[in-house]
Design a protein around this ligand. Structure first.
Ligand code: GDP
Length: 295
């Protein structure tokens, strides 16, 4: 089975039909594009994104060059691959590290998106690269969230900064601690809510203004499809995101979030979560993702 439930299989079917034809007419290419369009819509990719994507492929694939080439089907597959890569941002986007440590990474997102787990995963990955991360528990509304981060911190042997009081002060005191003790990356796990609300946004804006993070990362659950895209749009408008972490890509997700977020919001996906375990966070590579989607 392909990466995204159903999508890989459908695309492969379309390409197989093209290959079986040998020579292609313009109508063959158009028919294939109609099927690709449907497959993407069924994968819950944003309607406008699909429309533009198909238009770009059409522009490149319907020309005489492709149709008259020795392997037209191969050319079409190549164009689709190129456009998938560019849809997901082209280049891999890296974490912004501060020229002068500590680098401050602020993780934001809705409750249940995988934010706390991602904070620990990121800390572990940075630790493996020889850095000294400090995790910060700034979700003071759910005592369980603080406890969860402490448990994860213990598992990976990364200290967790937690204090009673307000999240802005906690984040600020964590900066002090990092400067004092030489931690070079401060990862702030902020509060999540079940839904976006004004209070949450204001609090995040205040933390951002106070600690001036080098990287504001939004954590979204890939399983929520277009809802994840809407969440990303809203957070980006309010906070100015530097990137997105797409979690639960190991589940039965259809691909809509992965293929739409960059095009809709302009924010790059920087990491993907591919499992519950703490070493299951990967940098996001648009080209490798496109290859996995094509199967
Ligand atoms: P938070 O409320 O946003 O802090 O979410 P949590 O970090 O508590 O995660 C919610 C649930 O999602 C937990 O059961 C995590 O183990 C799970 N989770 C997080 N990331 C992933 C992932 O990439 N894959 C899978 N399968 N589960 C994940």
């Amino acid at each position: 089975m392909g990466l995204f439930f159903g999508l890989t299989e459908k695309l492969q079917e379309v390409f197989k039909k093209l290959r079986n034809k040998g020579k292609l007419t313009e109508e063959d290419v158009n028919a294939a594009l109609r099927e690709i369009r449907l497959a993407l819509l069924e994968a819950d990719v944003n309607y406008k994104v699909v429309k533009d994507f198909i238009a770009r492929i059409k522009e490149r694939a319907v020309g005489q060059e492709v149709i008259q080439s020795l392997s037209p089907a191969h050319q079409v597959v190549k164009i689709v691959r190129d456009e998938l890569v560019s849809l997901m941002g082209g280049q891999s986007a890296r974490l912004n590290l501060a020229p002068k440590p500590p680098t401050v990474v602020m993780l934001v997102g809705l409750q249940g998106s995988g934010k706390t787990t991602t904070a620990a995963k990121l800390a572990l990955s940075l630790k493996k690269q020889g850095r000294r991360p400090l995790l910060v528990a700034a979700d003071v509304y759910r005592p369980a969230a603080v406890k969860q981060l402490q448990v994860l911190g213990e598992q990976i042997q990364v200290p967790v900064w937690s204090r009673p009081g307000n999240p802005v002060e906690i984040a600020a005191s964590a900066m002090h601690e990092a400067n004092h003790k030489g931690y070079d990356v401060v990862i702030i796990d902020t509060a999540g809510r079940l839904h976006i609300n004004e209070e949450l946004m204001q609090e995040l804006e205040e933390i951002k203004a106070r600690v001036k993070p080098h990287e504001v990362l939004l954590v979204v659950d890939a399983m929520t499809g277009q809802d994840a895209v809407t969440v990303a749009e809203t957070f980006h408008q309010r906070l100015g995101l530097d990137g997105v972490v797409l979690t639960k890509l190991d589940g039965d997700t259809r691909g809509g979030a992965a293929l739409s977020i960059r095009a809709v919001t302009g924010c790059p996906i920087k990491f993907v979560g591919v499992g519950e375990k703490l070493d299951m966070l990967e940098p996001f590579h648009p080209d490798r993702m496109a290859d996995r989607i094509l199967g």
